[in-house]
Write a protein that binds this ligand. Structure first.
Ligand SMILES: Nc1ncnc2c1ncn2[C@@H]1O[C@H](COP(=O)(O)OP(=O)(O)OP(=O)(O)O)[C@@H](O)[C@H]1O
Length: 584
């Protein structure tokens, strides 16, 4: 929106250079930009109360006129957030934080400079007339006064622009911090819809523009108001008959400005929609929490009676309640029931179609299938990077979407095809993102599990070796990423095996890791591996074959794999097998 506004302002600037038009556009731009950085919430309650009163209580009932959006739909198609100038200023004021003294200092300097500048013409005229009349004492007094005012206005003007420039810099910094923090926690689907360019522009140019309004325009407005008022008082005291026609023209200009400022009405309408949405959300939350909690209360009441009647044991009741309260520990059972999915950016292309899959805790399952059959998408849904369009995913019997997403992701280790390593030592790379304190031996243990310890130890500085682009092969990078995932001790480990792009040495790494994971009790966990090579699926419990967004085989073993793969898949794997034979 900020970009399109920027473009439209640019167009307006090139088409119409009228200062009035530019002023109106600038104000609208400022409000729109401010709304990007502020959550909706400061609602105009007086308006709502007024509307509610005018509609009566009946308007608020289900399907009552209070919820009706058609009037606004018809009147307005702009999706901007409802933020008024004052709201935007208040929020920006909060952003200044502890550095408000800079603004106060700037305002003080601004006031003194403005008053000095207003006083100068009167004293200048007085000194000219006193010189003309030969009144030397008055002339020197006026001249001294002029010099003092000159010095004051010079120093204070400098101080004013310095203070606002510093406030401007602080504001840009904070806006970017807040915006960046907000971007980091967006859903993956948000990044599908937004281009990198527009996000970069928000962080860069838009923040800069918004703070420019604060750093320059606002203090200029304040200065002009003070100087205008002073000039008006001066004019009125000099000659009110001359001043009144000027005032009439100014009044006319103010009316024209206010006509351009009519968009406020749209902001009010949008604020009203926001309030109704919040109210609907509040009602939903209230109903959900009350019903959810009442199941626990009922469980305790009825369960207590059943214990007294010896229908259930205390242990059974405790387990029952604990399941309802929260999933304490992830065992690693995964169940996908009738899951369908399409990407938000391509809603007409179904990727997963009524998919059903069940993975038991500690099972090692390989997912195979031709490129584009939806394997990575399936994993993306398990990681809750996206929500299924239809169907449900359960972890240990609890719907995935009801679990705390951060907590859940801590329990899942994921290693993608191109894992990212940081320019720091190998030890820190393995430790990266681990939510608990770990010792050197834990890091080595994880590296051993990932078959990385041997090559790390052979490096000149071992675990202290700094990772750089040319130091490690693709397979070695992946082993470090697996060590990183294993160190977090996830209940579910998902490996997206690299495709043919990697070197020959990496051919066996997933196979070895899977072998270790299956045979070491400390490493027991559910493992899902997206396999591209036959060698990988040798050691798994089960092979799941995907084709065109569906699971066509869900429980074949390695020995029967080749025999039962569908013809299409078989051809693909035969080709791989032949290539391998030719190579060897
Ligand atoms: N972010 C996305 N937005 C839109 N479409 C996508 C996105 N990611 C994947 N797709 C499409 O979804 C389909 C399934 O892709 P997916 O990556 O899940 O297949 P895959 O079986 O993992 O393939 P490969 O083995 O090549 O990794 C493909 O047609 C792909 O183009």
């Amino acid at each position: 929106m900020a970009l399109s506004l920027s473009r439209s302002i640019l167009n307006l600037k090139t088409k119409r250079q009228s200062p009035l038009f530019l002023a109106a556009s600038k104000r609208q731009h400022f409000i729109s930009l401010a709304s990007q950085f502020t959550p909706p919430g400061d609602a105009e309650f007086s308006k709502v109360l007024y509307r509610k009163r005018s509609g009566g209580l009946g308007a608020v009932r289900t399907r009552g006129s209070w919820w009706d959006l058609r009037d606004i739909e018809a009147a307005n198609s702009s999706p901007s957030n409802p933020v008024t100038v004052s709201m935007a200023l208040i929020r920006l004021w909060r952003l200044i934080g502890d550095d408000k003294w800079i603004i106060f200092l700037g305002l003080g300097a601004l006031f003194i400079a403005a008053v000095s500048e207003i006083s100068m013409p009167r004293i200048l005229a007085a000194s000219v007339f006193s010189a003309n009349n030969g009144e030397s004492a008055a002339f020197f007094r006026s001249s001294r006064m002029l010099i003092v005012l000159l010095i004051f206005s010079g120093i204070c003007s400098g101080l004013r622009s310095g203070c606002f420039a510093v406030a401007n810099t602080l504001l840009v910094k904070r806006l970017r911090e807040i915006l960046y923090a907000s971007l980091v926690f967006q859903d993956i689907s948000f990044f599908d819809m937004e281009t990198v360019g527009s996000l970069t522009s928000r962080l860069g140019a838009d923040c800069q523009r918004l703070s420019h309004v604060i750093g320059n325009d606002i203090h200029l407005i304040i200065r002009n108001v003070i100087q205008g008022t002073g000039a008006l008082i001066n004019l009125l005291t000099l000659s009110w008959p001359l001043t009144l026609p000027t005032l009439a023209i100014c009044f006319l200009l103010a009316i024209i400005f206010s006509i351009y400022g009519q968009y406020k009405q749209w902001l009010d309408e949008l604020a009203f929609i926001g309030i109704r949405e919040s109210a609907a959300n509040g009602l939903w939350n209230m109903c959900f929490v009350i019903l959810y909690r009442s199941t626990q209360v009922l469980a305790v009441l009825l369960g207590g009676m059943c214990i007294m009647n010896s229908h259930v044991t205390t242990e059974q009741l405790t387990k029952y309640i604990l399941y309802w309260v929260k999933l304490q520990r992830v065992m690693g059972n995964i169940q996908l029931v009738n899951v369908s999915f399409h990407y938000p950016s391509r809603i007409t292309v179904p990727i997963l179609d009524q998919l059903n899959l069940s993975v038991q805790a500690n099972e090692v399952v390989a997912i195979v299938g031709l490129s584009g059959s939806g394997k990575s998408t399936l994993v993306g849904l398990m990681l809750r990077l996206y929500e299924p369009v239809n169907g449900q995913i359960y972890i240990d019997g609890v719907p995935l979407k009801e679990l705390d997403i951060r907590w859940m992701r801590e329990k899942i280790g994921f290693v993608g095809q191109e894992p990212h390593l940081f320019h720091m030592d190998i030890k820190s790379n393995i430790k990266y993102g681990c939510p608990r304190d770990v010792e050197e031996e834990d890091i080595e243990w994880a590296a051993k599990q990932a078959y990385a310890h041997e090559f790390i130890s052979s490096l000149p500085h071992g675990y202290e070796t700094i990772v750089d682009d040319n130091l490690l092969s693709g397979g070695q990078k992946q082993r470090i990423a697996i060590a990183r995932a294993i160190l977090r001790d996830p209940a579910i480990l998902i490996l997206d095996e690299a495709t043919s792009a990697l070197d020959a040495e990496s051919e066996k790494y997933v196979q070895e890791v899977l072998h270790a994971l299956r045979n070491e009790s400390r490493a027991k966990r559910t493992v899902i591996v997206i396999a591209h090579r036959l060698s990988t699926i040798k050691d798994v419990d089960r092979i799941v074959v995907m084709d065109n967004g569906r699971i066509v085989e869900a429980s074949i073993t390695t020995t029967t794999c080749l025999g039962r793969l569908s013809q299409t898949l078989l051809n693909g794997y035969r080709k791989t097998l032949n290539n391998k034979k030719n190579e060897s």
